[in-house]
Design a protein around this ligand. Structure first.
Ligand SMILES: [Zn+2]
Length: 331
């Protein structure tokens, strides 16, 4: 089963590039940029990864970003992720980045997006892994700041496929960003938003992303299972749900295998993703292997989960069909 998972052609649709910053790269960049880290070694840094909820994770996540300064840092970060993903037979990935986590530290938007873009282009040529970029807004910052960053992205629209919303959902509902997402949609960008597991007012938030924002996909969205009506809406609109098993375990002490199987049974387009793999110590294969063990998923169910991912990618239909045919032929 492990070999089957490792060899399967995969798509990843929920991965924060800043969440792929490996401790070893953190140390290398800190040294290069003359930044002092409050740890003696990469191992000590990993030992300090004590997450039990979203705020405790975000504190460490934002501190980690401090070593990313120039274009080559963003290039290296992105290249390393794409190299790792390609080594796991991820053939296509849609990557999130958080520009506000960098501009707020004085790093120019252009520096961030150019470094990421160059690595994407090189990785496609040299490693054969294709990718597209999604710009996320930090929902605990203001709607005005999000709008400013959308405007900053205007010269780079050709490098972006969509916009997303992440960071702390508590008291930061989707409707706060209604105008920003409406403009992004007008510019031809696809829309997604995080609806994290077990957040306050989660069902209201899921309803807002569908009915008010009009998203093309939902990140996480596991709590939709608590409402038959929301499940039906998600099926009717064929909205993909980017579920992140190992990430979920930090919140609900399970990989949510039961919930994922229920989604499949209901015909919901659940997909499997790594979220912040360097911090959670699990990339795509590790997520799938652990999930398979918890939920005893069959090879056919695993292929369905992966087919869902290719179906809800933001690729032209003929490209989706080509990937799906490759997956279908995989045994
Ligand atoms: Zn996420």
């Amino acid at each position: 089963m492990q070999a089957f998972i490792e060899g399967m052609p995969k798509a990843e649709l929920h991965v924060h590039i800043e969440g792929t910053l490996e401790p070893e790269l953190s140390f290398a960049l800190a040294e290069k940029n003359g930044i002092e880290l409050p740890f003696d070694s990469p191992e000590a840094l990993i030992a300090a990864y004590d997450f039990h909820d979203l705020p405790s994770f975000l504190t460490i996540y934002y501190a980690g970003m401090s070593v990313l300064i120039d274009e080559s840092d963003f290039y290296k970060l992105t290249w390393d992720y794409l190299e790792k993903a390609a080594s796991q037979n991820v053939v296509y990935t849609e990557i999130f980045f958080d520009p506000q986590g960098h501009t707020s530290r004085g790093v120019a938007f252009e520096t961030v997006i150019t470094g990421i873009r160059k690595a994407q282009v090189d990785a496609e040529q040299k490693l054969g892994i294709r990718s597209q970029l999604i710009m996320c807004f930090l929902r605990d910052m203001s709607a005005e700041s999000a709008m400013e960053h959308l405007q900053m992205a205007k010269p780079y629209l050709g490098w972006l496929v969509g916009v997303g919303l992440d960071s702390d959902e508590y008291n930061n509902p989707p409707v706060k960003f209604k105008d920003v997402f409406a403009l992004a949609k007008q510019w031809g960008l696809k829309l997604t938003m995080h609806c994290d597991v077990n957040q306050k007012n989660t069902l209201d938030h899921i309803r807002q992303v569908i009915e008010v924002i009009g998203v093309d996909r939902i990140d996480h969205g596991v709590n939709s299972l608590e409402s038959d009506e929301l499940c039906e809406l998600i099926v009717e609109k064929q909205l993909g749900l980017t579920v992140c098993p190992v990430s979920n375990r930090f919140v609900v002490q399970s990989l949510t295998a039961n919930e994922i199987r229920t989604m499949l049974d209901k015909g919901m387009l659940a997909t499997i993703n790594s979220d912040d793999p360097a911090y959670f110590r699990a990339y795509m294969n590790e997520n799938l292997i652990e999930l398979q063990q918890e939920g005893d998923f069959s090879q056919s169910e695993l292929k369905t989960l992966m087919a869902n991912a290719f179906k809800v990618t933001w690729l032209p239909e003929e490209d989706k069909a080509a990937y799906l045919a490759k997956l279908d032929a995989y045994q």
